[in-house]
Design a protein around this ligand. Structure first.
Ligand SMILES: [Zn+2]
Length: 324
């Protein structure tokens, strides 16, 4: 039986790192989001094959050789397990097409892991990556975070391991022990040093992949957050027990951002075991009044003149966004 660890997570939840840690075992391999390599396997385009592995690039011997042998009519995981000699395959967030086509074999046992991170960090990253889409915390929470959390709930409604990213960061030993018994292989504490193992990631966070390359003495590449990962590289090189943990939201969130987050996400935040910020009723009142004032002179995304809305409709618009 092949074990497929199916990690489901929101964007910006540290998923590439979690993948890499769980791929750091002699019986496991991690591929990250599987759709890119699956398409390369099916299409067999020479250039894509040569650049399939984001860790070794053209020097990779793993994927080009696998793809040479890959048979489109056979199950992807059965072929990958045979080729790699691994019995645990770790991936995250596969597409519906991939699930329907590859994940119903009776030779695979799927283990779901639902990853949750402090939502303030998710929202902060989403705003940094897409400033045009997410103008402030209120809108990012309402229009992206809350709908995404609801989708995640539906995707992982069956038996699963709820993995708090922060638990793996701050209580690595205990969390990896619990993950070991859930997945069915014994991870040693050494999987924390993921760079001591071979990985052939084909998709994921480029900052994390760049860090892995540099820790393995490989070339790495330029990306937007070089400074952050340069510091992480230095920390890990000096003392490999220091977790790479990004708390930059704490420096950039204003008081209004904190109030907006707590007003919209506070109960979800608490449900997952995070401590809520202390916010007063007056602050919430001011937040909502500001949101109502912001609607003035604003055209909604579908072109309606929001000035024509009644007071109740305005309140609904503030609370539900474009869905109202
Ligand atoms: Zn490779």
């Amino acid at each position: 039986m092949i074990t497929v660890v199916n990690i489901r997570s929101l964007s910006y939840s540290g998923t590439t790192w979690i993948n890499t840690v769980l791929g750091s075992h002699e019986d496991a391999i991690t591929i990250g989001p599987p759709d890119r390599i699956w398409n390369i396997c099916k299409e067999k385009n020479e250039n894509d094959i040569a650049n399939a592995c984001l860790v070794h690039n053209k020097k990779c011997e793993f994927w080009p050789n696998f793809i040479k042998e890959y048979d489109i009519n056979k199950n992807f995981f059965e072929q990958l397990a045979t080729f790699s000699g691994k019995k645990v395959i770790v991936l995250n967030n596969p597409s519906k097409n991939f699930i329907e086509s590859e994940m119903s074999s009776d030779k695979i046992d799927i283990k779901f892991i639902k990853v949750i991170r402090d939502g303030r960090a998710n929202i902060h990253s989403a705003m940094r990556h897409h400033p045009e889409r997410h103008k402030n915390v209120f809108e990012a929470a309402r229009d992206w975070y809350i709908p995404a959390i609801r989708r995640l709930d539906k995707q992982v409604s069956n038996e699963h391991f709820l993995l708090k990213y922060e638990s793996l960061i701050f209580d690595f030993g205990e969390t990896i022990k619990r993950l070991s018994s859930f997945i069915g292989i014994d991870y040693s504490i050494n999987c924390r040093k993921y760079w001591e193992y071979d990985h052939h990631l084909v998709a994921g966070n480029t900052g994390m992949i760049d860090l892995l390359q540099k820790l393995q003495g490989l070339e790495g590449f330029e990306h937007k957050r070089s400074d952050f990962y340069q510091k992480a590289l230095k920390d890990l090189s000096n003392d490999n027990e220091v977790p790479v943990y990004d708390t930059s939201w704490q420096q950039t969130f204003s008081r209004e951002d904190i109030v907006a987050y707590d007003f919209l996400v506070g109960s979800i935040h608490e449900y997952f075991g995070f401590e809520r910020d202390k916010v007063s009723a007056n602050e919430v009142y001011d937040l909502l009044m500001n949101q109502l004032i912001c609607l003035k002179d604003m055209q909604s995304k579908n072109g309606n003149d929001l000035n024509q809305l009644s007071f109740i409709q305005r309140i609904k618009y503030v609370l539900n966004g474009t869905k109202s």
